[in-house]
Ligand binder design. Structure first.
Ligand code: G6P
Length: 606
């Protein structure tokens, strides 16, 4: 989603800002812009589309600055136009970028218009810069006017503003959208993600909710939401900036699909103790919490929600405790029942998803025994605000469509299942042993790529598709459908196969491919009956099945044979061929695989 980069230095900042924006590109955006201050002048350059367009325009404009702010915008309020792109400017003096949504923008806009402010965009953001400008008249510093302005903002913001009259400082404020200050020598930086700044620094201060900070070349002053001056820890980042290359692969998504055996290996490393899970991998208090837990409430969005759905099957079957799974945006706006000794588990690759974070904060007031997150970013808000955390070690995931983050979440959830079972005195050895075989099983599944690439050609002219699964493969069918729609733009629905005759059978014809996930388990015969129901109505079926499942390819059925795998880890393994299918269909259709239209990697607005 939107990205922010800012710098206050003595050297020209153009390259730093553009490089920073490029590192955030993968998150998804539709326009970009930069504002630079030099010798009392304010220069703004904006472009629709890729950061490369902005870079060319900036070169043509031949403007430079030693202080600057830059932004990639993912449209929420107002279309994709240069006028709506950030930075927004007030009276030619203040420039501001913003991530998040100001919910009371309409009333603020009306009031500011009444006071003579002219609006040039349709965005919610423009009110921020005008309000700060207006308040500047009543306050003796830009910092004080930002502190006064944020009191009037309802909604979420990570924002950065500077005044061309005093380009040696930038003021930043965070509430609901992350911001990090990067520390240099005689220069300082700001970004919505440390990744943007790894080329210039490794030392970071993560702002907390409600913080407002004044950043100059030489100093960083931070004030909390009540206006008190506070110190925040300096963190030395170990994030790997080299992770961001595509290597020999055509797309990041393909690279990340192939990285899954290694990502799972990394996630397991040091987390197993013989045939037991090392419970401390979840945090200091994990043992005591897992002993007492009686219910697990999982909250997540998108792909992460699908991993939670799989975990419900595991936790109830193997750890013997009840589990509910809910989409964060639903959970946060309803009155839900909190079971006795209930553990709240959030799942998120980014750790910054606005709805998931809000759900965690809400749940903290509701009497859960503890909160835990399964997350891929150690410095994220979800990790910092949860009692326990299990870090998936997938490495940076650049493709918007989540792949290795998903499979490592599943591994984390299997470990959680085993850890709770263990602490309750149940035997979890079979789970641990199955998990250990996963990297090898994933390698085997990747060998299906060539056959799937050929199969993908049959999907290129299709507009709709249906994914079917039963049991813990139902959420995998949902994830397969999500992947296909995200990157190939083919409409895809997933159904629990037993639900076919309650509606979706009406859709079946030769133009509607049916994708079936069919490992050899106790539900296979049931699933076979569902497949016959489809065949009888002329549907073309694509089955991903165990060698021993006895499906045979013919003119209405294409069978992709998957090596036998233990049922408990089958959801992880069957994910791979579905990812490959989506990938190759998207490549054939010529879509922007890594940055599909309208989507964002880190959804920091609700
Ligand atoms: C976006 C991403 C998805 C992701 C979802 C939830 O939609 O494109 O890949 O599954 O957000 O994000 P999270 O970071 O919480 O897992």
């Amino acid at each position: 989603m939107c990205g922010i980069v800012g710098a206050v230095t003595e050297r020209p900042v153009n390259k730093i800002l553009i490089e920073g924006l490029k590192r955030l590109e993968y998150r998804g955006y539709d326009s970009a812009g930069v504002a630079l201050a030099q010798e009392g002048e304010l220069h703004t350059v904006k472009a629709v589309g890729k950061v490369a367009n902005l870079e060319s325009k900036l070169e043509l404009a031949a403007v430079k600055g030693t202080t600057g702010i830059a932004h990639t915008r993912w449209a929420t309020h107002g279309g994709v136009t240069e006028a709506n792109a950030h930075p927004h400017v007030s009276k030619g003096q203040l420039a501001l970028v913003h991530n998040g949504i100001i919910e009371n923008h309409s009333s603020l806009r009306e009031a500011l218009k009444g006071d003579g402010y002219e609006f040039v965009s349709e965005t919610d953001t423009e009110v921020m810069v005008h309000l700060i400008h207006q308040l500047r008249e009543q306050h003796d510093s830009l910092l004080a006017s930002v502190q006064a302005a944020v009191k009037q903002f309802e909604g979420a913001y990570g924002t950065v503003v500077f005044d061309k009259a005093n380009p040696d400082e930038i003021i930043v404020a965070r509430s609901g959208s992350p911001l990090v200050i990067g520390l240099g020598l005689g220069e300082n930086f700001i970004a919505s993600d440390q990744l943007a700044l790894l080329a210039v620094t490794r030392r970071f201060i993560f702002l907390e909710e409600g913080d407002v900070a004044r950043v100059t070349r030489e100093s960083v002053e931070i004030y909390n939401r009540t206006g008190e001056r506070v110190e925040r820890n300096i963190i030395e980042s170990t994030a790997n900036q080299d992770n961001t290359g595509k290597g020999e692969y055509r797309h990041y998504m393909l690279k990340e699909i192939y990285e899954q055996p290694m990502a799972v290996r990394n996630t397991l490393e040091d987390r197993l103790d013989g045939s037991r899970v090392a419970v401390k991998a979840f945090g200091e208090r994990a043992t005591e919490i897992f002993k007492d837990v009686k219910h697990v409430q999982i909250i997540a969005c998108g792909t992460s929600y699908h991993s939670g759905m799989v975990a419900r099957y595991w936790l109830e079957q193997f750890a013997g405790i009840s589990c509910n799974v809910e989409i964060a945006s639903e959970f946060r706006y309803r009155q839900s029942y909190v079971h006795e000794n209930s553990l709240l588990v959030t799942i998120s690759q980014s750790g910054e998803t606005a709805d998931t974070l809000a759900a965690l904060r809400l749940a903290k007031e509701q009497g859960y025994m503890a909160s835990m997150t399964i997350c891929n970013v150690a410095s994220s808000s979800l990790v910092r605000e949860s009692d326990l955390a299990f870090m998936t070690k997938a490495g940076a995931e650049i493709g918007v469509a989540s792949t290795k983050a998903f499979t490592t979440q599943l591994v984390g959830l299997l470990m959680l299942t085993a850890a709770i079972a263990q602490e309750k005195g149940l035997n979890a050895e079979h789970i641990v042993n199955a998990v250990k075989s996963l990297p090898m099983k994933l390698e085997e599944a990747l060998q299906l790529a060539n056959g799937i690439e050929t199969l993908a050609e049959e999907f290129a002219d299709k507009h709709h598709s249906l994914f079917l699964g039963r049991g813990s493969q139902y959420p995998i069918a949902m994830e397969g459908a999500l992947k296909l729609k995200e990157i190939s733009y083919i409409h895809a629905e997933a159904y629990a196969a037993g639900e076919l005759k309650h509606g979706p059978l009406a859709l079946i014809d030769a133009d509607m491919p049916i994708i079936v996930v069919a490992p050899n388990n106790e539900l296979l015969e049931k699933l076979k009956s569902n497949v016959e129901e489809v065949r009888a109505r002329g549907g073309i079926i694509y089955v991903f099945a165990d060698k021993a499942s006895h499906f045979e390819s013919d003119n209405t059925m294409r069978v992709v044979r998957v090596n036998h795998v233990e049922d408990i880890i089958a959801p992880v393994v069957y994910t791979i061929p579905l990812q490959l299918l989506s990938y190759y269909v998207a490549v054939i259709k010529g879509t922007d695989v890594d940055q599909p239209r309208n989507l964002a990697k880190s959804v920091t607005v609700e």
